[in-house]
Design a protein around this ligand. Structure first.
Ligand SMILES: Cc1cc2nc3c(=O)[nH]c(=O)nc-3n(C[C@H](O)[C@H](O)[C@H](O)COP(=O)(O)OP(=O)(O)OC[C@H]3O[C@@H](n4cnc5c(N)ncnc54)[C@H](O)[C@@H]3O)c2cc1C
Ligand code: SF4
Length: 593
């Protein structure tokens, strides 16, 4: 047995200090912080522990794989149109053996087919929603895109600025020391820019911008805008305190698969958090444990533990703890709260406000621009793909006085440069020597950007429990009541228009513009279904992610976010989880939960 093998027969006769549900960014951080404080923790993860290095095979060449990395033809990735036109559950009536979310339509999908979920086992109903899930030790951090950004008071106090919704019950000063800890403990690469709306991290060595990106940066500076090297949740200098992770070798392998890094330079929860937590001797990990209910002490109304099924044998178990920490991801945590109904909590646990499942928000995606930097055609080749990301163009809308016909803002991810596989070769006509010369001459001259915008948190955007449909484990599934609104539509139009304007200003020839939003869910940044706040009537948790109704129940994932911001959420999820688990450990020590 290896040192970090999960324990499939943990002692369930004892009462743990805490049970953590889910082992992704949120649950991994909760386990690490609580175990480091000396708490005895049981981590329950529905998926299995995969031999992840063997799954990802980051350096395998396409010609070493029988289908050049593609899945077998019997398997299928849902397409944009299918999300919109097919009835739900999406896989029902499809002829394929396995049906996956759209990310399995990206290159190298055979390497991630055991990481993401099969829609046949995990159906959903209601409005269209492209829900990407990963059930394994580490959750979605096994394949995440690594863009690691901070939020600012433009986000935490957005409601005070524009009058929509509610402020967060914290400000940047409250979370800043925890962002610092996450940076130092996990490693982040980036460049200081001193932007108030995108606070700097404690960066390790930054990735460089390519020639095309530098030209774009110079042009944007004249408009008072910035592009900065991709702020990657990747250790570029190495981490002396973590023996499970290597520093980035700049192998340029990040984008060869759906994501993931088999030397763990990119943060993932098992090597970054869970193995170090196991090394304290205080963490027990039980994989293949599908939690279906948070149990309640009938005398006190507090959480007493959880009920779970072995995901393979379906055998039911009970586990007991002094505190329960939900980190199953935004929608799964809300689902579990709604499923945990009892006479003391008739609307689901910690839901006296009726807000669990509501105020669901995320990022809208779709608009993007591709351009050609003519000055770079025919220039000598450079090696540009040895880095874990391209660039980030932070928000510029509504920073001072309101300057758009919509609220809030959007940012762009983008890249330019010479990759090992020149993507434009597929769309270049011709053959033979002239074709090859054309592909070589133009490699490195393209630049593209794609936007991520804040979706407003609206009470009516919600999930509920479907009264009929159940998943493979017999657990009722999520029914979506969720749609982009007018604000998102106006924002989407601006994303495309501004993208074009910035390229034109920079003298970049525009060769393609996407103007339409992608299906709801595409950003994989679900947030807000158990929001934090000071008022128990309109929020589910306090600022320490402790539920107002049940003092020993904490929710440490993105469900507690009050608004989505337009910055990617994972670094904030972990900073908040760290802060809340410091608080919980203190309360446990004092016997106050
Ligand atoms: C392809 C891709 C690219 C991404 N790129 C970025 C990016 O660049 N930047 C960024 O900030 N974010 C990105 N994300 C999102 C990021 O991965 C998530 O924000 C982050 O993983 C959320 O952490 P979490 O712990 O809440 O959820 P997860 O990582 O999903 O972990 C939840 C865990 O809980 C388990 N679980 C669920 N239900 C149960 C249950 N009932 N019982 C027991 N266990 C359960 C799941 O199996 C899973 O392991 C990306 C995601 C993907 C898939
Ligand atoms: S470029 Fe760095 S982070 Fe990306 S796969 Fe290679 S080593 Fe990992």
């Amino acid at each position: 047995m290896f040192q970090h093998d999960p324990n499939l027969n943990p002692d369930l006769s004892i009462t743990y200090d805490a049970i953590v549900i889910g082992s992704g960014a949120a649950g991994g951080m909760a386990s690490y912080v609580l175990a480091s404080h000396g708490m005895k923790v049981l981590l329950l993860e529905a998926g299995k522990k995969l031999p992840i290095e063997r799954e990802l095979k980051s350096m395998q060449w396409p010609y070493d794989h029988p289908r050049r990395g593609e899945m077998p033809r019997s398997d299928h990735a849902l397409t944009l149109n299918e999300y919109t036109v097919r009835p739900r559950p999406y896989a029902k009536g499809m002829r394929y053996k396995h049906v996956y979310s759209y990310v399995q339509g990206w290159g190298g999908s055979d390497y991630s087919k055991n990481i993401v979920v099969d829609e046949r086992d995990h159906p959903t109903t209601g409005t269209p929603y492209a829900w990407v899930r990963a059930r394994l030790l580490g959750g979605k951090t096994a394949i995440w895109g690594r863009l690691a950004l901070r939020l600012s008071d433009y986000d935490f106090k957005a409601a005070s600025r524009d009058g929509f919704g509610d402020d967060w019950p914290i400000s940047y000063k409250d979370i800043e020391p925890y962002y610092d800890r996450v940076d130092d403990y996990l490693g982040i690469s980036g460049l200081k820019e001193n932007l108030p709306h995108l606070p700097d991290s404690r960066f390790q060595r930054s990735n460089t911008l390519t020639r095309g990106e530098m030209m774009f940066r110079a042009s944007l500076q004249k408009m008072g805008r910035t592009i900065t090297p991709y702020r990657a949740g990747v250790t570029t200098d190495g981490l002396k305190h973590n023996k499970y992770r290597s520093k980035c070798f700049g192998r340029g392998a990040c984008d060869r698969r759906v994501g993931g890094c088999d030397i763990h330079a990119a943060f993932d929860s098992p090597t970054g958090l869970i193995y170090p937590a196991m090394d304290t001797g205080n963490l027990t990990v039980r994989t293949n444990a599908t939690v279906y209910e948070i149990t309640v002490d009938k005398n006190t109304g507090k959480a007493s533990g959880v009920s779970f099924l072995d995901s393979e044998t379906m055998k039911p178990y009970q586990a007991k703890a002094r505190a329960v920490v939900l980190g199953a991801s935004t929608l799964e945590s809300a689902r579990l709260m709604l499923l945990s109904k009892s006479s003391l909590h008739p609307n689901g646990i910690a839901n006296s406000s009726g807000h669990v499942g509501h105020n669901f928000c995320e990022h809208v995606m779709g608009p993007g621009v591709t351009g050609l930097i003519k000055d770079l055609v025919g220039k000598p080749h450079t090696l540009d793909d040895g880095r874990p990301g391209g660039f980030y163009l932070p928000r510029f809308r509504n920073l001072g006085t309101r300057d758009a016909n919509f609220l809030r803002a959007y940012g762009y991810e983008g890249e330019s440069g010479m990759g090992m596989f020149p993507g434009h070769a597929f769309s270049t006509p011709g053959f033979g020597a002239s074709f090859k010369k054309h592909v070589r001459d133009y490699a490195g001259a393209f630049i593209s950007i794609g936007a991520f915008g804040e979706v407003l948190p609206r009470y009516e955007n919600s999930i509920e429990i479907d009264p009929v449909v159940k998943d493979r484990w017999g657990v009722p599934v999520i029914k979506f009541n969720y749609k982009f609104g007018d604000n998102e539509k106006k924002m989407v139009a601006d994303m495309a228009a501004e993208g074009q304007a910035m390229f034109e200003n920079a003298g970049i020839e525009i060769i393609g513009v996407d103007k339409e939003p992608l299906t709801e869910g595409w950003s994989i940044h679900e947030l807000g279904t158990a929001r934090m706040g000071n008022d128990p009537k309109t929020s589910v948790t306090n600022q320490f992610q402790q539920t107002h109704d049940v003092a020993n129940l904490f929710v440490v994932d993105g469900s507690t976010h009050v608004s989505a911001s337009c910055q990617n959420p994972t670094w904030t999820i972990m900073a908040l989880a760290w802060r809340s688990c410091d608080y919980l450990a203190d309360k446990l020590k004092k016997g106050e939960v």
